[in-house]
Design a protein around this ligand. Structure first.
Ligand SMILES: *[C@@H]1O[C@H](CO)[C@@H](O)[C@H](O)[C@H]1NC(C)=O
Ligand SMILES: *[C@@H]1O[C@H](CO)[C@@H](O)[C@H](O)[C@H]1NC(C)=O
Ligand SMILES: *[C@@H]1O[C@H](CO)[C@@H](O)[C@H](O)[C@H]1NC(C)=O
Ligand SMILES: *[C@@H]1O[C@H](CO)[C@@H](O)[C@H](O)[C@H]1NC(C)=O
Ligand SMILES: [Zn+2]
Length: 428
């Protein structure tokens, strides 16, 4: 039987609702509604996230052990992406610099596999590989990026195969130099050189990325490398997770003169939230992060700014911005500072979409250009146990097979042992 509530219940309920509504109006911050409306209309595209690395560290990449909707030990999961109004996340297939000259390519492949699995097996996520795909999905879009040129082991065919697997951006370095590009960091003492921050092969990498339609990411590169890339690249480039050097003078941040060049190239700086880059110290708050936005807007305009949180990569985040669910707090601070809807729609979403589209347009313009067959001189990637399947380049005075064996005695010893083992087996 249907229970029909007496009239008075409705009346009381109505009064309560009105009272609640009024007290809600009085206590709630008037900007909250604006922010949620804005972020619903323009879901955030976040330029950088290291959840994939955390998956390796914490779960050995065993996705079956994890409920992606809610993960305690990290700053990123689907529930919090939704609360944060994140509409798209660029996930880094990052492998540590220590893997350079070792198994960087294999490890990168495994991280790509992980991100692909995350984004194709879970119903709330969708792997996208084009601006159109990114703009049209109703799910949380995932993009794959590579963080550090060591991942391609100085090989353009490897770069192309990563593109085939869905990778749509690559940072040229992480904290180590590569044989062809220079890092902003000097903690790894590898591939040091002077006045050659982007070698001829480095230029070939940038051109091949233009041809493929892969976004060049300058976060982690040295300023001198960044300047060289800005001259070579035909398409806009990004800093996927860097902040303003004038506000905090960390070498990972971008100085004003470089910002001007970035703007000329129609590029984008996506602001990093890491306290150390934002405040140059361990503690920061939302206001300090907003100071970076204010400065960047003053120097290059809101249309050159985006957001690249660096959650699960960096270790310390500002008070109130501890994980991906907190992005509305940041946007609220910008609304309070009178940023307009037009400016914020760009920062949240449209600026990145524009850059991605322009990168694709350059790719389309280059249609018909053949894949680059440029190869780095072998001498520059000398590595004792690298198997060289082609004749060494006789034109290259620094390299000859004999010299390579000679400078790598351990490898020579190894080859002798490998040759002798079958003999021992035969004797026994
Ligand atoms: C994204 O989609 C919206 C709505 O469908 C459309 O108006 C807009 O032009 C699209 N933008 C891009 C960059 O594709
Ligand atoms: C590098 O450039 C600096 C300044 O332009 C110059 O003084 C120096 O000699 C150069 N070094 C090399 C190895 O070319
Ligand atoms: C950065 O700025 C601080 C003070 O703002 C100054 O003490 C320090 O020397 C600067 N560091 C560099 C590398 O310019
Ligand atoms: C924002 O605009 C209001 C009204 O125009 C003004 O009173 C306030 O000072 C402005 N705030 C900032 C941070 O510019
Ligand atoms: Zn990084």
């Amino acid at each position: 039987m249907l229970w029909i509530p007496p009239r008075s219940v409705f009346q009381n309920l109505g009064t309560h609702l009105i009272l609640c509504f009024l007290c809600g109006m009085m206590s709630a911050d008037p900007t909250t509604e604006t922010v949620i409306g804005l972020m619903t209309k323009y879901p955030l595209i976040d330029g950088h996230n290291d959840l994939a690395l955390k998956m390796r560290i914490l779960y050995n990449n065993q996705l079956s052990q994890v409920d992606l909707r809610s993960i305690n030990k990290v700053a990123t999961d689907i529930n919090r992406l939704k609360t944060g109004h994140v509409g798209a996340q660029v996930f880094a297939a990052y492998v540590l610099c220590a893997s350079q000259k070792k198994d960087a390519v294999r490890l990168t492949l495994e991280q790509i596999d992980l991100i692909r699995r995350m984004c194709t097996e879970h119903p709330d996520l969708e792997l996208v590989t084009s601006a159109k795909g990114l703009n049209s999905t109703k799910k949380i879009a995932c993009l794959i990026s590579i963080e550090g040129g060591h991942s391609i082991d100085s090989s353009l065919p490897t770069l192309r195969m990563f593109y085939q697997l869905g990778v749509r951006s690559m940072a040229l370095t992480h904290t180590c130099n590569t044989p062809w590009a220079e890092s902003s960091s000097t903690i790894y003492d590898v591939y040091q050189r002077e006045n050659d921050s982007l070698t001829d092969f480095g230029k070939d990498v940038v051109k091949e990325m233009n041809r493929l339609g892969m976004i060049v990411d300058l976060s982690h590169s040295s300023w001198s490398t960044a300047r060289a890339v800005l001259q070579v690249s035909k398409a806009p480039v990004i800093f996927s997770h860097s902040s303003a050097h004038s506000v905090c003078n960390h070498s990972r941040n971008v100085p004003d003169d470089l910002l001007h060049k970035l703007k000329e190239k129609r590029g984008l700086i996506m602001v990093n939230m890491h306290s150390k880059f934002v405040a140059c110290q361990h503690q920061a708050d939302v206001s300090t992060v907003a100071d970076h936005f204010t400065h960047l807007r003053k120097v290059i305009g809101a249309e050159s700014i985006g957001v690249g949180g660096d959650f699960d990569g960096a270790v310390e985040f500002p008070l109130g911005l501890e994980d991906v669910s907190k992005y509305p707090t940041l946007i609220q601070e910008l609304v309070k500072r009178n940023w307009t809807e037009k400016e914020l729609s760009g920062v949240l979403r449209l600026n990145f979409l524009r850059v991605f589209e322009e990168v694709e347009k350059e790719r389309d313009r280059l249609k018909g250009t053949l894949p680059s067959e440029a190869q780095i001189p072998l001498a520059k990637v000398e590595n004792p146990c690298r198997l060289v399947l082609r004749h060494p380049n006789k034109q290259d005075p620094q390299f000859s097979r004999d010299k390579s064996d000679f400078v790598a005695p351990m490898c020579l010893v190894w080859r002798i042992i490998v040759t002798l083992i079958p003999c021992f087996l035969l004797i026994q």
